[in-house]
Design a protein. Structure first.
Length: 339
């Protein structure tokens, strides 16, 4: 494995502050895992940030309140507790502030929950995105960067996955909503000349990762001497992307947002789930007990990002390999597991 940079053991990205002009940025879902790291970076870069989050109960909302605690008193940070489905709230917000860019991360997340609640996912992810694009149109906001997902590729036969691949066969409602949002983004770009960038994230992990995600769950179960549930035989492969690399990719996509573009943001390296468990148990110094279960509907066999387009056009350069990334996550987990 290539040597990786030493990023320290804190849960705040140590990234050089750029000296570009100040922007007013709205970050939806800004109290979440990715959003909170992104906001810290953007504030360090000198931008003014409005965080819009509804603190829903998909997981404990107190976790999200803890995520944004480091910035809550910063003079360039404002928190709006509200929902992207609340059009009255959005009208007031956009009337009061002239944003330079919307960074849209808010969504109902998760493949398996979307199968149980497809209408909720359609409502939040699709209508919520349209509400924000409507505000961009009405208030003359020229840049719109939105989170998409590697799930849009479904069980793509060609690897690694490229942005030019056919993605009209989603295998979960979550994936279908993300693909729909990409299409709606193109429509608004074409009709209203809004620059839209869609970022297909590949399994993001690191400090503050959501508690329902595999790395967080595996770490907790191994640490508590509980059996791990693995769906399938452990040979499924994932392209895990460390949070600092994702944040850097988002920031660069905001700076370069022009026209309509889709980018993969991944590590472009894959690991089998069984090997991932080995890394976690070595890092924790505890042995895993594995409980194999049938493959779940909506799960894919592999995710693997071709990031050549992002490297060329965004100067995206993922640096953190899985061993170092898991080490950072476990450091954070140990410090915060009793919180």
């Amino acid at each position: 494995m290539e040597p990786q940079p030493n990023l320290g053991t804190t849960d705040t990205a140590i990234i050089t502050i750029n000296e570009k002009g100040n922007m007013k940025l709205l970050v939806t879902g800004g109290a979440g895992f990715i959003g909170s790291h992104l906001i810290e970076r953007l504030i360090k870069d000198g931008h003014e940030i409005w965080c819009l989050d509804n603190f829903n109960d998909y997981y404990n909302p107190e976790i999200k309140r803890g995520n944004i605690e480091p910035v809550q008193d910063h003079p360039k940070y404002s928190l709006i507790e509200g929902d992207i489905l609340d059009e009255e709230l959005l009208n007031k917000l956009f009337a009061q502030t002239s944003f330079d860019c919307i960074i849209h991360l808010a969504a109902r997340a998760g493949v398996r929950p979307s199968i149980k609640q497809p209408k909720l996912y359609q409502e939040v992810n699709i209508r919520g995105t349209m509400n924000l694009l409507e505000k961009a149109k009405e208030f003359g906001i020229r840049k719109f960067v939105m989170a998409s997902s590697s799930s849009v590729y479904g069980n793509n036969k060609k690897v690694p996955f490229s942005e030019s691949d056919f993605v009209d066969n989603p295998i979960s409602p979550y994936a279908a909503t993300k693909k729909a949002c990409e299409l709606i983004g193109f429509t608004y770009h074409s009709l209203y000349n809004i620059s839209v960038t869609c970022l297909r994230f590949f399994t993001v992990y690191g400090p503050r990762q959501r508690p329902d995600m595999a790395i967080h769950k595996f770490t907790k179960w191994i640490d508590n001497d509980e059996p791990i549930d693995i769906y399938g035989d452990g040979t499924a492969k994932r392209d895990f992307t460390f949070i600092f690399d994702i944040v850097d990719g988002i920031v660069k996509s905001v700076e370069r947002c022009a026209g309509y573009n889709i980018y993969n943001l991944g590590e472009s390296r894959v690991i089998q789930l069984s090997d991932l468990v080995d890394v976690i148990q070595r890092t924790l110094g505890k042995k895993a007990r594995i409980n194999y279960k049938p493959v779940q509907p909506g799960d894919v066999n592999i995710t693997y990002a071709d990031v050549s387009k992002a490297k060329k056009e965004l100067d995206y350069n993922p640096l953190v390999g899985i061993d170092e990334g898991i080490s950072h996550f476990v450091d954070w987990y140990r410090k915060n597991k009793s919180a």
